[in-house]
Design a protein around this ligand. Structure first.
Ligand code: HSE
Length: 338
């Protein structure tokens, strides 16, 4: 399978390492022979139709901060030109999420689907702003659009709800979908001020470059959009979510919750009336949803099977790379079926 990688940050590098270290078992178990034929970052590109040398690619990126130096004889072209001119089966979109215009990810995904490439996105921006129309475009072009890594990192939240609960009617769900705010709220529950907890989260590298994405609930809202479309069949985008972040959560709010045997958590919720909200909410300490630190958790309530909670790490390079690999294996399976 020929792959174009858009972006070569932590997740894409982890994915490339994963492919490199799993070459043999991916072929023997899944018949999967992935070849990265094109990659670009903000400073340059590398491409080779016979497949790039992944060890060399990762080494060059570490040394020079870009893939540009992979082979000096490669003519430097734009990401758009790579997508337009290099033949590939799958495009993997890993550039940073933004919720203003979702670019450049949006254009990458649209161009690839028009070229009949399957797409795996870990970039939430395009899905948050245009999930319904991107799905229509995928159907129109008869390609698959997958995005397991956008919600829950490596924790298979979307798979669980879509596949393990197949045949069930999910009535509602609520989840902690942003690890950074969970970490800050956990620290506050242990006595830290908001400012100190934020500083600590920043020092550990948890906070997005644009802190507003975490603190004002945009990241959690983007994940809620994806869940609502994929799991509940709602055709919604970011403006449909009522959202409130954690900036106004005070030490008093946290203490009051503790008096009630609860903790304040930033909860993304789809209730029984299918109202979609992101907001700080008191959750009972003994509720399985009430996880601490950077963990994510989500409880699905279904018509017949009751409530189940899935808990796991919601971010991280190798974790998210493992979700990309799951999508790739799925795509390969679907292709060989037809
Ligand atoms: N900023 C996100 C979080 C990263 O803290 O959960 C994963 O989407």
């Amino acid at each position: 399978m020929r792959i174009i990688l858009c972006g070569f940050g932590v997740v894409a590098q982890s994915f490339s390492n994963l492919l490199e270290s799993r070459t043999h078992d991916l072929y023997s178990k899944f018949g999967l022979k992935p070849r990265i034929v094109g990659v670009f970052d903000s400073k340059g590109c590398a491409y080779d139709e016979t497949g790039l040398d992944l060890k060399k690619l990762n080494k060059i990126k570490k040394q020079s901060g870009t893939v540009r130096a992979y082979d000096k004889s490669i003519r430097q072209i734009s990401g758009k030109d790579i997508i337009e001119n290099i033949d590939a089966d799958v495009l993997i979109e890993t550039t940073a999420s933004n919720y203003k215009d979702a670019e450049p990810g949006m254009s990458h995904i649209i161009s690839a689907m028009k070229k009949k490439m399957h797409v795996i996105s870990v970039n939430k921006g395009p899905l948050a702003l245009a999930f319904p129309s991107l799905m229509e475009l995928a159907t129109y072009n008869q390609v698959m659009l997958r995005f397991s890594g956008t919600v829950g990192g490596g924790t298979p939240i979307l798979d669980y709800a879509k596949n393990s609960l197949r045949g069930e009617r999910i009535l509602s769900f609520q989840g902690i979908l942003n690890g950074t705010t969970n970490y800050i709220l956990t620290n506050m529950a242990e006595g830290m001020s908001f400012d100190d907890a934020l500083k600590d989260a920043k020092s550990k590298g948890y906070v997005e470059a644009d802190e507003s994405l975490d603190l004002d609930g945009l990241d959690a809202a983007a994940k809620l959009v994806i869940l609502a479309n994929w799991i509940m069949g709602k055709k919604v985008t970011m403006p449909d979510i009522m959202k409130k972040g954690i900036r106004k959560v005070s030490v008093d709010d946290i203490k009051n919750a503790q008096k009630n045997g609860s903790a304040v958590k930033l909860i993304a919720s789809c209730d029984k009336e299918l109202e979609l909200t992101v907001s700080p909410v008191e959750i009972k300490i003994n509720d399985p949803l009430c996880v601490n630190g950077t963990l994510n958790a989500i409880s699905f309530t279904s018509e017949h099977s009751g409530t189940q909670t899935i808990i796991g790490r919601g971010a991280g390079g190798i974790e998210t790379a493992s979700a990309i690999l799951r999508d790739l294996i799925d795509i390969r399976k679907e292709i060989t079926k037809s």
